[in-house]
Design a protein around this ligand. Structure first.
Ligand SMILES: Cc1cc2nc3c(=O)[nH]c(=O)nc-3n(C[C@H](O)[C@H](O)[C@H](O)COP(=O)(O)OP(=O)(O)OC[C@H]3O[C@@H](n4cnc5c(N)ncnc54)[C@H](O)[C@@H]3O)c2cc1C
Length: 468
């Protein structure tokens, strides 16, 4: 692990952070022919991605699946030789439930189903007819997703479609999440076409040209061994990753060479590179920048995170009344429950639980109830079981339950977020050769991190080429 420091070798790029963002960036840089060293504080690569096999089940501590939104994902899967392990979510998982009045109702997936669903009232449905005539938000104005949806679609869609959806992605508060920052395509759709409905229909042609899939039609995927298969393969391809290596300080000399000071197993280590990519959460990036660019550090510190606990629970299948015929269910805030949503993990992908066993993944906390992930694990487990009983008719004791707490699970793209990101990125002007690539910019989903890893790597390549 000390090899780089010991021989004083300067590599082309050091990537700090071996989550999906850092690993994809490093992989693309390596494929472009650069010498890359990845460092991570954890004992294993993957960041929040972690798949665990236990008692015949395979559960995820972080993301359960990703959406196949860009051809870059398929290219990466093929480049890593993972095609045989690639798994698309079952057809039945197109069905997603939303809780209304204590009852799980399927989200409509076709215009016919939309008009007959009891999930939305007749007046809410009719209000959609006026959507094409609602004026655009003035260009340059920033709206929260709650204000945007209320204005264009009405408050019932906010409560029963968008609020649970925002909870599902950001574990966040729709009144605070910024449309241009968190939903740039929605923002662009309104700005370009003046209407979401018109834009959805007319924009489809453009997406086809770009070979991109809209998030509402893209298929969910994982791997036979879970999401960690992807990060393990990436880590092997860019490796060896220096694990257990916590970077504590960053310097740049007059020749433009960076030195990163770190601790590896309690010992100080040093890593030198011509360019550095910070692929870490904002707290690490802020700490490393504070002595160089105080304003960038302040901007990073102002990005809030939502805490989440994920709870994997295995039950005897016969002990759950619900058909579990879908992806899972989302829970709107106005329903007053203690969970954000429940994934029917063993229905989504084959082989996630043995015969006669059902595996559920439940999300607790978020900005809705930020105190819950801090409770003792047995209390979190008990409240989740009570919710399973109320919502799914789970009547037997779990076979096992495992709680993972993420005190800083998901960065919040709140109003003013794009300005904070721009202030953070201005650090690259003071420290040329410094780049950021992590889920606090450009999207939090695994697919967005993959896309941004490519873009980030290309920016580093352009920098290294100009420096010769
Ligand atoms: C519970 C949960 C469920 C999710 N579900 C989904 C889902 O179903 N689908 C989806 O698309 N997305 C999902 N997401 C979002 C997505 O998984 C994440 O946004 C993405 O994986 C983050 O990747 P990253 O590489 O940017 O950051 P991280 O995974 O956080 O990686 C950052 C890395 O930086 C390292 N690091 C930090 N400080 C230092 C330091 N000082 N020195 C060295 N290393 C350091 C950390 O150890 C870590 O490995 C979920 C996220 C969570 C938390």
């Amino acid at each position: 692990m000390l090899e780089v420091a010991a021989d004083g070798r300067v590599v082309d790029v050091v990537v700090v952070g071996a989550g999906i963002s850092g690993l994809v960036t490093a992989h693309r840089l390596k494929c472009a022919g650069w010498q890359v060293q990845v460092l991570d504080a954890n004992a294993q690569p993957g960041g929040v991605i972690g798949s665990i096999a236990h008692q015949g089940c395979l559960y995820e501590r972080g993301p359960n699946s990703a959406l196949d939104t860009t051809p870059l994902i398929g290219e990466l899967v093929d480049a890593l030789g993972l095609r045989a392990q690639w798994r698309q979510a079952s057809d039945s998982s197109n069905k997603r439930y939303v809780l209304r009045g204590g009852v799980l109702m399927a989200l409509p997936t076709s215009p016919g189903a939309f008009f007959s669903t009891p999930l939305f009232s007749t007046s809410a449905k009719l209000a959609l007819l006026r959507e094409p005539f609602v004026p655009r938000c003035p260009a340059g104005a920033e709206e929260s997703i709650a204000a945007f949806v209320r204005r264009r679609l009405g408050s019932e869609f906010l409560d029963y479609a968008i609020d649970p959806f925002v909870a599902g992605i950001y574990a966040g508060d729709p009144e605070q999440i910024s449309v241009p920052a968190a939903f740039p395509k929605l923002h662009a759709l309104e700005q370009r076409w003046g209407s979401l409905i018109k834009g959805q229909i007319l924009g489809a042609r453009e997406r086809r040209k770009l070979k991109e899939e809209a998030k509402n039609t893209a298929k969910s995927f994982s791997f036979a061994g879970g999401m960690q298969v992807l990060t393990d393969a990436l880590a092997a391809a860019v490796g060896p990753v220096a694990l257990g290596t916590r970077v504590t300080r960053l310097e740049r000399d007059a020749q433009g060479v960076f030195t990163l000071h770190a601790e590896t197993a309690g010992q100080p280590t040093r890593w030198r590179a011509r360019a550095v990519v910070l692929a870490t959460p904002t707290d690490t990036a802020a700490n490393l920048l504070r002595e160089h660019v105080g304003d960038a550090a302040d901007a990073l510190d102002a990005i809030a995170y939502a805490p989440v606990a994920t709870v994997a629970t295995a039950y005897p299948r016969a002990g759950i009344a619900h058909a579990l015929d879908g992806f899972g269910c989302l829970v709107p805030r106005c329903e007053g429950r203690k969970v954000l949503g429940i994934l029917f993990s063993s229905s989504m992908f084959e082989g996630r639980a043995g015969p006669g066993t059902a595996l559920l993944t439940t999300f607790v906390g978020g900005l809705r109830q930020p105190q819950l992930p801090g409770l003792p694990e047995d209390e979190i487990g008990a409240l989740v079981q009570a919710e399973h009983q109320a919502l799914l008719g789970a009547s037997q004791a779990p076979i096992f339950q495992h709680v993972t707490r993420w005190p800083r699970a998901i960065p919040q793209y709140t109003l003013g977020h794009l300005g904070r990101v721009a202030r953070a990125e201005a650090a690259g002007q003071v420290l040329p050769g410094l780049f950021f690539c992590a889920n606090w910019k450009g999207g939090v989903s695994v697919g967005d991190c993959i896309k941004n890893g490519h873009l980030g790597a290309d920016a580093v390549t352009a920098h290294l080429r100009t420096r010769g």
